[in-house]
Design a protein around this ligand. Sequence first.
Ligand code: HEC
Length: 464
Amino acid sequence: MNRRLLAALFLNALVASALAVEDGAAIYKMYCVECHGAKLEGNKATALIKDDWLYGRTPKYFKRNIAHGIPNTTMIAWSNVLSNEQIDALVQFIIDAQSSPPGISMPVPKRVDTEEYGLSIEILVDDKLRNPWGIEFIDENRALVTEKEGRLRWLVNGKLDPRPIDGLPLVYRRGGLMDVALDPNYEENGWIYLAHGHAIDHPESQNPRALTRIIRGRVSGYRWENNQALFQVPEDRYHSGGNRWGGRLLFDREGYLYFTIGDMARGMASQDPTLHNGKSFRINPDGSIPQDNPFLEVDRAIQAVYTLGNRNIQGLTLHPETGDIWATEHGPMGGDEVNILRNGNNYGWPIITYGKDYSGEIVSNLTHKEGMEQPITQWTPSIAVCPAEFNTSPLFSKWKNNLLVGALAYEELRRLVIEDNQVVKEELLFKGYGRVRDLKFGPDGALYVLLNGPGSVLRITPES
Ligand code: HEC
């Protein structure tokens, strides 16, 4: 290209970017005042100066909510009306209007009132973890916590041990280190199970082929030992790119190990038992395949597959009475689900869904289809449901057998009362503390909540 043309193009780009600096206040006045009020105080719709954001409290979510709208409300997808720069200007305008910067510091009240209990909230680990993902108690005093970056840490008497456990296999950072689970016979055999992103090309190379892998090992002091790979797909099925890695682990009463892999942004593959995408899996603790797994007869099928059509299962928990496996599944824009996983069932993604794609594109017009399961419940808009945990703690006897779920984007903890496998009541317990990544009741009966952004651990008990 000749020099003068290049210079002219460069000038053009400069002018264009100068023009793209939009006036957020003016755009707000034109399009948003009617519903959100002239001073952002709220009118037909919610206020936009506050701490208690309904649909995500960081600028990333402001942008997403403005651009893509909020399903089932009058908040439309403004990306059909406004340019990307105009939306950025609006986000900046909203940020500037807040009295304190959004998403940076949250006042943490020490207690919250809920229907059955006043809850006391103790911050055990205050933003000292980097993207914690899973927590599992080893005994009365100690728990193991994973960090997505690839570290496994001790939590001892509620305090984070600064020294991580070393000797873990290399973790591919995109999937990261995900859930941790204990062998049902841990006391005798010491096995600890992990799910992690695993690259078969050099992990620092451009776009390595990588997928979720399941391993087990033993922890001795600060060492990971006896590492064994229990499940990984054949090399020909590894691929590069994609997200939604699943990564949750659970043992059932019979001692089978369940784990999940999300659709890795390849929706239709969720319907194909020869591919790993969008499924739940079941193996024996040593990695061998249970003889009644559902797709053993299908040519080339991945033999560990247990269910099909699950977009991204992020929570697994056992029903305290029935022993059924309950799963929370992260939907697209709308259509987060709770399902009961049963051998060989198809949960429909992406053929049936209550959600849309974030691009605004329709994933499917169908919500029902013969041969595909309906969720127990679903959330539209999506709360970004992640962990699930049934309560059996004697400390929370009024919540007996209730299902607790946590949400990432909406930063919520919810309580679902279940009768005959139906949700008969749902309560929002609290909101805005951080992205809820994992939930466990500890040996002391308290509820432990693992948060991302801040990387914290909360300990929740009912007030006496
Ligand atoms: C026709 C009414 C309407 C208009 C116009 C409108 N909104 Fe909304 N907006 C809503 C509704 C409804 C909600 C959902 C919350 C609620 O029920 O009040 C919402 C939610 C939001 C949220 C999320 C709030 C939270 O608590 O998480 C943001 C941010 C937002 N709107 C920004 C805008 C901006 C910026 C504009 C102008 C481009 C705009 N809205 C125009 C109706 C509207």
